[in-house]
Ligand binder design. Structure first.
Ligand code: SF4
Length: 233
């Protein structure tokens, strides 16, 4: 689409009332690093993005509050996706959740999900999200096998990931969902079974991401990862 057509298209969408059950999706297009398997990476994260991006998003939500698109009926689920929503500073993430609750016509049982990763998501930030109205947190784990996690470009090891999830579940403030991937290069059946067993013991909800037909290609073990993938985890 040509850039000059964006505004016109957005106006058409904004003036169209929604029908049926609706989900509001809020996109946070930054990541602390580019995980090697991921096609969703867009922009490197810098802490100075946090307040300005939250300000812009809140301004947009407020400006559209009376538009047919936004105001026309209850919204049954809100999803903060990315990218990495949990990279935002706690205060900024909570400001957006508050704006969503204030300016969107949420159904009384609306599900509000914050997608994130364990790196830069301290428990205090999760508590703040729950206290502000989020009721579901979705974490991209992929695998607890530290060796595989390193190859994927994940920044915390398997033990740290499990410790974080135990604490998150123990808060008992909302639903906790994780993603696991099956079919990773060099992933053994035993490793996969250990991942699933740990999840069942911990009573987490699980979404599976099978790698179809070996379509996931990673650099060989020991090969230099792209610079964006090595910055941190
Ligand atoms: S943090 Fe998530 S969205 Fe970003 S590159 Fe990694 S897997 Fe993809």
């Amino acid at each position: 689409m040509r850039q000059e057509d964006h505004q016109e298209t957005w106006q058409i969408i904004g003036s169209t009332a929604r029908t049926g059950k609706s989900v509001a999706y809020l996109h946070i297009p930054f990541c602390e690093n580019h995980c090697l398997f991921c096609g969703f990476y867009q922009n490197p994260w810098h802490t100075n993005h946090s307040a300005s991006y939250a300000d812009a998003m809140i301004k947009e939500i407020k400006a559209e509050k009376d538009s047919p698109l936004q105001a026309s009926g209850p919204i049954h689920a809100v999803y903060f996706g990315g990218g990495t929503p949990t990279a935002l500073e706690s205060t900024d993430l909570c400001r957006i959740i508050e704006a969503v609750r204030h300016y969107l016509p949420l159904a009384s049982d609306c599900e509000i999900t914050i997608e994130g990763r364990i790196f830069s998501f301290p428990l205090e930030k999760a508590k703040a999200c729950f206290a502000t109205g989020a009721n579901r947190i979705s974490i991209g784990v992929q695998t607890f096998e530290t060796k595989l996690r390193k190859r994927l470009g994940r920044k915390v090891d398997g033990d740290q990931a499990q410790a974080f999830l135990r604490d998150l579940v123990a808060l008992d403030q909302g639903a906790i969902v994780i993603d696991l991937m099956y079919g990773l290069p060099e992933q053994s059946l035993k490793s996969w079974e250990r991942d699933v067993e740990w999840v069942t013991i911990t009573k987490l909800a699980l979404t599976f991401s099978p790698i179809m037909g070996g379509a996931l290609f990673l650099p060989p073990t020991g090969a230099a990862a792209p610079e964006s993938a090595t910055s941190t985890i």
